[in-house]
Design a protein around this ligand. Structure first.
Ligand SMILES: Nc1ncnc2c1ncn2[C@@H]1O[C@H](COP(=O)(O)OP(=O)(O)OP(=O)(O)O)[C@@H](O)[C@H]1O
Ligand SMILES: [Mg+2]
Length: 349
């Protein structure tokens, strides 16, 4: 599983970069405004195809535990409460939904959107396993003892919360159970399942320091158990409205683009130029630091997170904070947690 994860992650990462180049160039073509009728339809179909590919790549990155996560401290009861309506809608009227959430649940540090996504995937699997209807139970409680299958030094060492998603559907025979987390493993007809739901859930929970286990037998339904480490920090309000994409009017500010992949960098630079910005570029963090320290007027530094060389994107964001305190350093991916911890305030996504 580990080897498949590494391979998948590598492929998905490169696949993502290729998609970024295609998406950027399609966007540039569209901004040129010379397409109409059939040509425009083809262009838009190509963009839709790229979006599909990007979703696939993000599922693969999730399985490979290389997904950029936005972990925040949340109260799981609030998160589960918010998810309840959505699950009821997805499951339809033939499936009864029971929520059994213990009072005084511990907080957890987790990416709330991804956890909701996992619950959604589990609910869809449960629905598919109960074609004639049934009951889906979501249960959550604190788990204070050792967690089966988890090393004592794991994130769960200081206590865990356990979320169980239980259905009374057809269950899985051993041959399915042992492969259920494998990427692309599905027993559903072609076109109905990609086989990425559980593998994504597995990658995400592991990347979050938790554990996910399946318990299932033919005719006895399925229980999915998710363990997440306790956090003693105060929970954030996750009821904020979701971010909405707004059309860009461009601008005239100066942006420093830092990216080691030439094609990705060129496409990003061209897009920003087409939007009216002044653009400086560097192929690694060291080059970017030289530009920042040269005194050039820079309004924003837009940087990749993982780049070759000794100097890291964290070093770059630190230099930006010291040299251009009023400026921001942002990234299309989440900065590593260490960056946030040691250089709080200098990096914004
Ligand atoms: N709750 C469940 N009850 C019975 N079988 C299940 C359940 N959840 C998963 N499975 C089995 O595990 C397989 C893999 O599940 P997974 O969610 O990864 O992929 P999928 O549901 O087939 O496709 P996708 O989620 O990508 O649409 C399923 O095809 C199904 O055979
Ligand atoms: Mg599924």
């Amino acid at each position: 599983m580990e080897a498949i994860g590494q391979l998948t992650g590598g492929v998905a990462h490169d696949f993502n970069n290729v998609l970024q180049i295609i998406a950027g160039n399609l966007q540039l073509l569209k901004m040129g405004g010379t397409f109409a009728g059939k040509a425009l339809t083809r262009l838009e179909q190509a963009q839709a195809g790229v979006e599909r590919g990007a979703r696939l790549a993000s599922h693969l990155l999730a399985f490979a535990r290389r997904q950029p996560l936005q972990a925040v401290v949340v109260d799981p009861a609030v998160l589960l409460g918010d998810a309840e309506d959505m699950l009821r809608r997805v499951l339809g009227e033939r499936i009864a939904v029971v929520f059994d959430i213990a009072a005084d649940l511990w907080n957890v540090a987790v990416d709330p959107n991804q956890l909701t996504n996992v619950l959604l995937n589990l609910a869809i699997n449960a629905r598919d396993a109960m074609p004639a209807g049934g009951t889906l139970t979501v249960r959550a409680a604190n788990a204070d003892g050792p967690v089966p299958g988890l090393a004592s030094a794991s994130a769960c060492a200081g206590g865990c919360i356990l979320i169980e998603v239980i259905d009374d559907g057809h269950g899985m025979p051993a041959s399915v159970l042992e492969r259920a987390f494998d990427p692309f493993f599905t027993t559903k007809p072609t076109g109905e399942g990609t086989g990425l739901g559980l593998s994504m859930a597995y990658g995400f929970i592991k990347q979050s320091g938790g554990e996910i286990q399946l318990d299932s037998a033919p005719g006895h339904g399925t229980t999915v158990r998710i363990y997440l480490g306790r956090s003693d920090e105060q929970a954030r309000d996750i009821g904020l409205p979701p971010l909405v994409a707004v059309p860009s009017n461009g601008g005239t500010e100066t942006i420093l683009v830092v990216e080691d992949e030439t094609d990705v960098r060129t496409t990003t630079v061209d897009l920003l130029l087409a939007l009216g910005y002044r653009v400086l570029q560097a192929e690694d963090a060291r080059g970017a630091i030289e530009i920042v320290q040269s005194g050039a007027a820079i309004d924003l530094v837009f940087t990749d997170v993982i780049m070759p060389g000794q100097v890291t994107s964290c070093d770059l964001s630190e230099t930006v904070r010291e040299t251009l305190p009023a400026r921001r350093c942002c990234s299309p991916r989440a900065m590593p947690k260490a960056c946030w911890r040691t250089r709080a305030g200098s990096t914004r996504r």
